[in-house]
Write a protein that binds this ligand. Structure first.
Ligand code: F6P
Length: 368
């Protein structure tokens, strides 16, 4: 029987449990044994009880659970070859040569590297006397499939990463709550949202809540952003608005690549010689990442989990490592490294202040 292992890696995101549930059940449905690797790559390196066989009922009720129940970790040991050697040995000892990983671009890059190194890792394990040649014979190729779990929605080639819509819903909910108190006191709020180098959460939250002004890294404001923001806010106030909401992405930059911080924005709104608004800052933080997944993420996790098992079973040594994407509402397989490379180039383009290129790269399409 084929043995397929599933793990979650990097920052957790709502929907990861739905992924694990779908993969475990689809693997069993396809006549395979399903395993979970607990604590991400750390579990692969540790082996033992970190790699557990899963039954159908083990994942019962997981669709409505937040976070990741099999744990996740940032594993330093796996970044080094000795760590990956131990991981490979643990997989062989468990009879596993198919791995589904749900995580962000960093975790998926690690997976692709592991796959490329796999034959040499096995050879080294045999020559070091850690494994017998006959032991590695059935496991000559490692099949890996990625699922993108992240609240940031920062990977090119897919319309949505698993978790981003849950996070967006939570941000909207929080902004609605803040609006009530802002309106009562006629105050301004500067709300910082997550997203690392990506402004998707801030942009969509701005649209979905009707914020007065937003700041995102990919489209920095002109040099006169201070006057622009004050003019917009003043205009809205003159039209009778009793509250002011400015949403700022945690990675927001100005045209010159300098960080725009919530404090800078707050000071401007509160400036006595200007708008003089009673202003507060709210950093939403990790509430954006926790909690249960919205229906869309549960659906995405389930459909993509099913597709990942199919992909891992169909993979050959010749096929490129793929990840499961959603494009124009269709669940599709795409080459992983092209998407990861594009994500890296987006970050580089932002650093170089080539914002048009960054936007174009985010929209890049890949086909298998
Ligand atoms: O990538 C997900 C994310 O939540 C980012 O939006 C944020 O910048 C980062 O992770 C926070 O990481 P940590 O949980 O390690 O503080």
């Amino acid at each position: 029987r084929k043995k397929i292992a599933i793990m979650t890696s990097g920052g957790d995101s709502p929907g990861m449990n739905g992924v694990v549930r779908a993969c475990v059940r689809m693997a069993i449905h396809m006549g395979c044994d399903a395993y979970c690797v607990y604590e991400g790559y750390e579990g692969l390196v540790q082996g033992g009880n970190f790699i557990r066989k899963m039954e159908w009922h083990d994942v019962r009720g997981w669709l409505s659970e937040g976070g990741t129940l099999i744990g996740t970790a940032r594993c330093m040991a796996f970044y080094e070859r000795p760590g990956r050697l131990v991981a490979a040995k643990n997989m062989i000892l468990n009879g596993i040569d198919a791995l589904i990983i749900c995580g962000g671009d960093g975790s998926l890059t690690g997976a692709d590297k592991f796959r490329a190194e796999w034959p040499s890792l096995l050879d080294e394990l045999v020559s070091a006397g850690e494994l017998q040649a006959e032991q590695i014979e059935p496991y000559k190729h490692l099949n890996i499939v990625g699922l993108v779990g992240s609240i940031d929605n920062d990977l090119s080639g897919t319309d949505a990463t698993i978790g981003c819509y849950s996070s967006l819903a939570r941000i909207c909910y929080a902004v609605d709550l803040i609006e009530a108190t802002a309106s009562s006191h006629s105050r301004a709020f500067v709300i910082e949202v997550m997203g690392r180098h990506c402004g998707w959460l801030a942009l969509m939250a701005g649209v979905a809540t009707g914020a007065d002004f937003i700041f995102i890294p990919e489209k920095p404001r002109d040099d006169n952003w201070r006057e622009d923001m004050c003019n917009v806010v003043e205009h809205h106030r003159k039209m009778g608005k009793r509250k002011t909401i400015v949403i700022i992405a945690e990675g927001a930059l100005d045209r010159h690549g300098n960080k725009i911080t919530p404090t800078m924005v707050k000071d401007l709104l509160a400036d006595k010689d200007g708008l003089g608004l009673d202003t507060r800052i709210t950093t939403l933080g990790h509430v954006q990442r926790g909690g249960t997944a919205v229906a869309y993420d549960r659906m995405l996790a389930t459909l993509q989990g099913v597709e990942a098992v199919k992909a891992v079973l169909e993979a050959t040594p010749e096929t490129k490592t793929c990840f499961i994407a959603i494009t124009e509402n269709k669940i599709v397989r795409k080459p992983l490294m092209e998407a990861v490379q594009a994500a890296k180039e987006v970050a580089k383009a932002i650093e170089m202040q080539d914002f048009d290129r960054a936007m174009a790269l985010r929209d890049t399409e890949f086909s298998e």
